[in-house]
Design a protein. Structure first.
Length: 438
């Protein structure tokens, strides 16, 4: 009887023992295959990255939620190193990279590369950098497209195979970037109208259209290509997917070139008083006022020179004071120059500012707030151009004047800076116009 009971208990236990044994083998097999799969995925991703004959163009998006838009970069991989160039630094720089696994293949640009880390490195003018990633999860990798996701910021980067030498491609990108300046563009999809407005500073285009009687407004970041622009995300307009556009400068037209959108086109336009970048270069007489007796103002002028930056984004205005130059930002979609509050020098660890203010309302000052300033308005005369300075009305802070101001390194106001001036005055009041001399 005891033997029968023992045999019975053994019979009951055997399936559990077999199940436990099988489960253990399955776990081992699963763990092993999972590890192998990660290794294989990493090896395959690396193989794809190295396979492109000329390397890749990388649509590289920066800032939280792509707030600074995309930049065109090129990158070519060998077994240990990568060679990188970009539209802002069209020269090749080589550094090391590595592949690892962490819930999938991970690509890390782990040694400093002047080109690659330009946008992620803090500077004196941008102490946080541009919130750009240099470590990416490989979401997918095929010879036609590699999709990366930044591990820290989370923006996607897209790698497309190059069909020519990297620097040749970037030269075309920069030529295309400089040729696109339309403020808005309009087109039709069937009987539906579509409009787009461009912000070239943030490299964002906002599409406006009607979907089922609902007005839609969809902003999306973009990157310049050798033929036009490519969007960060697809935009679906009533069944038509917009993703990539070719640009024709002669007609200022954007033509869809992705599948399903090749019959769609938008025609661009600019404001009537638009002034192209190159026309601002030259010498000017700047009209403004200085304090007089009994709180009145006295007219004053000074000759200044506007010199264009190499990248076509700004002008340096010299002549106000030998200690500094003023940077005038070019608003590409509006065709205007912008003169905003800016740091112009240092005194020890303190910062010297040319600071926007409102003299008309009692001398209100907006210390170190770089959104305040003035913009040009052209008089419409091509032969004798005059550019009037008007407030940019940023957040309703009206600007009509500038003064020299001092802050410490933390931004704490230290009062008026009296050691520098323009024609002997620390105040430039009611800045009025610039008349071109030649």
């Amino acid at each position: 009887m005891k033997i029968k009971n023992i045999l019975f208990l053994l019979a009951l236990a055997l399936p559990a023992l077999v199940l436990t044994s099988c489960q253990s083998e399955e776990d081992d097999a699963f763990n092993e295959s999972s590890s192998l799969r990660l290794q294989q995925a990493m090896n395959e991703a690396k193989k794809v990255l190295r396979s492109a004959q000329y390397g890749w163009v990388m649509d590289y998006y920066i800032g939280d939620d792509q707030q600074y838009g995309g930049r065109a970069m090129t990158v070519k991989f060998d077994s240990l190193t990568c060679t990188v160039a970009s539209e802002s630094m069209p020269r090749e720089c080589t550094s090391y990279y590595k592949m690892s696994t962490d819930q999938g293949p991970v690509l890390t640009f782990d040694t400093y590369n002047e080109v690659l880390h330009e946008l992620s490195t803090p500077s004196s003018t941008n102490y946080e950098g541009y919130h750009a990633d240099y470590e990416f999860v490989v979401e997918s990798a095929t010879p036609e497209l590699v999709v990366l996701r930044g591990k820290r910021i989370g923006n996607y980067a897209y790698l497309h195979p190059l069909t020519e030498a990297p620097l040749d491609y970037l030269a075309k990108v920069n030529a295309m970037r400089d040729s696109i300046y339309v403020a808005t563009a309009d087109g039709m999809i069937g009987s539906d109208s579509v409009s787009a407005s461009f912000d070239y500073d943030s490299r964002t285009v906002t599409f406006n259209y009607t979907n089922n009687s609902v007005d839609e407004q969809v902003p999306v970041a973009f990157t310049y290509t050798d033929s036009g622009i490519r969007l960060y995300d697809d935009v679906d307009v009533n069944g038509t997917t917009l993703s990539e556009f070719a640009y024709n400068g002669n007609g200022m037209t954007f033509s869809g070139i992705n599948a399903g959108a090749n019959n769609f086109a938008m025609t661009g336009s600019v404001p009537d008083d638009y002034v192209s970048f190159e026309k601002f270069a030259g010498n000017y007489r700047l009209l403004y006022y200085v304090p007089g007796n009994n709180n009145d103002m006295v007219e004053s002028t000074i000759d200044v020179t506007l010199t264009p930056s190499e990248d076509g984004t700004s002008y340096n205005m010299s002549g106000l004071n030998p200690n500094f130059e003023v940077v005038l930002h070019f608003n590409r979609q509006a065709g205007r120059l912008e003169w905003n509050t800016q740091a112009v020098g240092q005194q020890g660890s303190n910062i010297i500012w040319l600071n926007a203010m409102n003299w008309a309302s009692g001398g209100n000052l907006f210390p170190a707030y770089t959104g305040c300033g003035m913009v040009t308005v052209w008089n419409g005369d091509s032969e004798n151009p005059v550019y009037n300075w008007v407030t940019n009305s940023d957040v309703n802070l009206t600007t009509d004047s500038f003064c020299f101001w001092l802050t410490d390194s933390s931004g704490e106001s230290l009062g008026q800076f009296t050691e520098w001036g323009v024609n002997g005055y620390v105040l430039m009041l009611n800045i009025t116009s610039m008349t071109k001399l030649n």
